[in-house]
Design a binder for this molecule. Sequence first.
Ligand code: G6P
Length: 461
Amino acid sequence: MTDVVVVANRGPVSFRLARGEPTASSPGGGLAGTLRPLLAGTGTTWVAANLGEAGRQAADAGLLDVDGIHVLAVQMESSDYQMAYDVVANGTLWLCHHHLFDLTRRPRFDWHWHEAWAGYRRYNRAFANVVAETAAEGSTVLVQDYHLSLLGSMLAEARPDLSTVHFLHTPFAEPDMLSVLPGDAAGELLAGMAGFGACGFHTEVWADAFRRAYRDPQLAEAAGTDAAPATFVAPLGPSPQALHDAASDPATAAAARALAEAVGGRKLIVRVDRIEMSKNLVRGFLAFEELLETRPRWRGEVVLAAFAYPSRETLADYLGYRSEVEHAVERINERFGSPGWTPILYDSADDYQRSLAGLLSYDVLLVNPVRDGMNMVAKEGPLLNRRDGVVVLSRRAGAFEELGTGALGVNPFDVTATADALEVALSMAPGERAERARRLLETIGRRTAADWLEDQRRAAS
Ligand code: G6P
């Protein structure tokens, strides 16, 4: 892997200052958490900007070789980073690809936003410069996610000898939604992506939306090309060994005991998510409320454990959503709770062991995103679960394409249908639970994270 360069916003470590010294800690999950164990010991170069507030100091101190991964820090003005990460990547492109624009009010593409787009371009340029200056002749460059979509054309121009791939971990917006972006920005995005040797997606649905963007006359004109680059579909799978190792850690067993005590022998519904609009937590809680309201026999008999950890709190949308989520939990607990029974056990601490404990012990796993590139919880849950638990899964999660025959599919907007699915899952006969769990395991076992990485390398060649 010494001829491979991985490029991502986040690095394999995050640095914080401990007693004035930069100290490394691992990212919990997400893309960086998936890639780090795959690349450990391979000598791969990983180019990243987000290494925590102390990352710059760590780079100066030469601390950046991690687990046999050579980390290159991209330096830029903090205002460019903020405009690229907050305003464009997460405040615009994330919402666009997930179809989360609240079109009545936003987006508003004013001059501030156009400045931020220029910041996003400079952020991409800073990455392109580091790769162009450091990659060995003929290297394979694997660029991850929507933060770095402009890199394709930049690298094609600066270093035509490199084999470049872009992998998008989100869905890709339908052409109509992409057309909400200012024409020049949408065009630059598509031109940037067209410069890659190949663009990869978790499912065929997202790959198809991407190719159709180039067939849209206005978008193609703005991009200056109607030729989509080669595409490939590479669903990310879990890392079974790493998961099983973490699950057999004594700390996970302790978390599982604490959870069992809190649940008190009742049925257990679990959800594990970042606090994120696409994850649809509020409708999930409303569905649970409807279950308790319309099927009173479940009152006192079921607990929903919601492990929801904060994310991207520099953005007002995320903070506002968190308060809606927490308000719904409080209201429902107030309405239905009784001495000795809290209907929703909500915990917003980012605690990996506790999340694993939830996955080990659920009767029902609720995964109901409004739109999701893949959703790894839907795959990690069945791999770990010890109770033949049932997965209630949004048909709009990328994972549904593979897991649809074992999971119970729901329309994530339909609260009543989600409540009905929870009822079906909670009441399912042991034979059917076991059969569905078997099907899920069989499907999930077919692909690991290592296969996904290999697919990217192959697409580059
Ligand atoms: C999504 C993205 C991942 C990212 C994760 C955490 O799942 O697709 O690429 O790792 O969110 O996002 P963050 O903004 O915290 O890096």
